[in-house]
Design a protein around this ligand. Sequence first.
Ligand code: NAD
Length: 469
Amino acid sequence: MQNPVSVAPELAYIPEVIAKQKSYFRKGETLDVSFRVKQLKKLKKAVEENMDAIHKALFDDLGKSEAEAYLTETGVTLKEIEAAILSVEKWARPRKVSTPLFFVPAKSKILPEPFGTTLIISPWNYPFQLLISPIVGALAAGNTIVCKPSECAPATAKVVEKILTDIYPPEYVAVIQGGVPESTALLRERFDFIFFTGSTHVGRIVYQAAAKYLTPVVLELGGKSPCIVDKDIHLENTARRIVWGKHMNLGQTCIAPDYLFVHKSVKGKLIERMKEKVKQFYGDDPQKSEDYGRIINHKNFDRLASMIDQDKVIFGGQTDRDDKYIAPTFMDNVSREDAVMQEEIFGPILPIMEYESLDEVIDFVNEGEKPLALYMFSKNDKNVRRVLKECSSGGACVNDTVMHFANANLPFGGVGESGIGAYHGEASFEVFSHKKSVLHKSFAMDLDIRYAPWKKNLSKLKFLMKNLV
Ligand code: NAD
């Protein structure tokens, strides 16, 4: 189908890039699994060789320390690449399934096949990992890729472009730099698959654009991820793990604990311990800590600053617009009506609410949109089971925060408003593959009863369907 909408002259190169990829895909080179392994190995080598440049770019964009950049961006991505190199041959194998007697002689199998030309759009908060990680899945599954890094992390976008264009021709992997006009121009085109990571608002735009061509999508979105703290906990580790998950990348993490719901009996002790942890991690003045990054831009700084209600601040609350700095901030006695509870926070502000009965918490969570992650701290297995059973969320982590993301054996994704589809490890190969079901019949044996006229065979057909299918 031709695209009926004309594009701005400066973006006219975009349809050409896609046309070239489609024609390259049809040549079939990417169908060969050993070709894919070779491409993944090139990517691994390029990431390793450019590690310093990537870390510097992440510092320039987000003030990330080298250790944090390695832990949450390059290290975790290298693990994804290595897993794909090691396992793609196994993942790509035809999967035999049984064939009911009625069909014999025949064999049945599921053949994973690449979708074709895919589009990957990524956000700014983990600008390296959230672009390269889906690319790994797309390459492993044998697709070609047009990717658009986030314009809000320009240094990382530039390094990523250099890495990818050094090792891949544009008919295989193309990088389109830019913001909304470029995204919009891309979304007008017909792709075979779209993988989007970003806000729920833009996710809707992507979904609508995909609907025009019935293009399958994965939408990795956000939301308000609750952190529930029961009365029976290990206080020290609970405080440490919450403060760690909340302030990594200054809370600009899609699965950061968004708000805290803590049992009344431990609330005071937990808050005091969390304050200690902030000081231990980042010193008395986090603005001076090399492990505490910065807010991505002034637009987000202003959005976050407007959420802070100084009357409810019990810790932190300091801001410095010129430096895009917001201190780790706890707000107490918060309710659903507060500005901070109206949208995903995506910053270092932690609203705290207390509860007495788990029913209140479960009702509160279920009255909101389904979150991307849910955290439950408790030694009480019955309470843990109840929360996991009664609250729907994309993923969940018990007695820790964020860590479920790093286990490549756990597919990562949202549900409802927090997203569609999941990836990581083998799940990445799966989402970027169409599973083609194949029944392979032999020419031998052909039962007359399946052919018309049927009337005389109805009773035999009923018998066969009942017993042999
Ligand atoms: P965003 O939705 O503003 O932008 C994401 C991408 O979409 C960018 O590349 C941007 O250029 C593009 N874009 C922006 N406006 C567009 C439009 N009108 N039409 C087409 N494309 C457009 O998100 P962001 O601010 O970069 O990232 C923050 C959001 O992403 C948060 O909501 C966060 O929870 C979510 N997120 C989710 C995950 C996940 O894995 N589920 C990971 C990281 C971030």
